[in-house]
Ligand binder design. Structure first.
Ligand SMILES: [Zn+2]
Length: 186
């Protein structure tokens, strides 16, 4: 994963992707509790105002979130930077999330962790990837939606593995089918 500046810093401090995204989620939820139910742009503006005019309150929220989520940690607001402009709404579940990606183009949250399914052909769990990145639960659900024509949508739809393992005939066949579909309907 290519992280933005503040997430890279935490990664260098030894935090995993899961910990980084969840720590930001924790901070975000504290702001949400304080701001109440408002429109997205109003919410972002309120967080910007806190950052600008109530620094000590911002620091308090970050420090408490670090302690609550990471238990024994010496991380504080000095290491955990928060940029209100990274706040977004997940295109799948509509929750607020903090975009930790370098290009700032994440569409979905990471609240549910990585998406994986049980593959009964080799009895292994496997993840799904897009552009070489593991998809989160919301990322995968959004892909399923985008790639499934409305009249064909079903619950428990098989998700395309865009990097089928070598010898994965079923996976490769499914991928070919998807590609042909997109060529014809592109
Ligand atoms: Zn989501």
């Amino acid at each position: 994963m290519n992280y933005n500046k503040e997430a890279s810093l935490l990664y260098e401090k030894g935090l995993t992707k899961f910990q980084i995204t969840n720590l930001y989620q924790e901070i975000l939820e504290e702001f949400y509790k304080a701001c109440g139910h408002v429109e997205t742009d109003v919410f972002i503006q309120k967080v910007k105002d806190v950052k600008r005019y109530e620094r000590s309150y911002l620091h308090q929220i970050i420090d408490e979130s670090c302690k609550r989520y990471l238990y024994s940690t010496d991380l504080t607001w000095r290491e955990v930077k928060f940029e209100p402009k990274r706040i977004k709404r997940c295109k799948n579940c509509n929750a607020y999330f903090y975009d930790v990606s370098r290009n700032g183009r994440s569409l979905t949250c990471n609240i549910g962790g990585d998406y994986f399914v049980y593959d009964s052909t080799n009895r292994k769990f496997r993840n799904f990837y897009k552009n070489g990145e593991k998809l989160s639960v919301c990322g995968a659900e959004l892909e399923i939606h985008k790639r499934t024509p409305i009249y064909k949508r079903k619950v428990n739809m098989i998700l395309t593995d865009f990097f089928p393992a070598e010898g994965d005939i079923k996976g490769q066949a499914w991928l070919d089918e998807i590609n042909i579909f997109h060529q014809n309907h592109g």
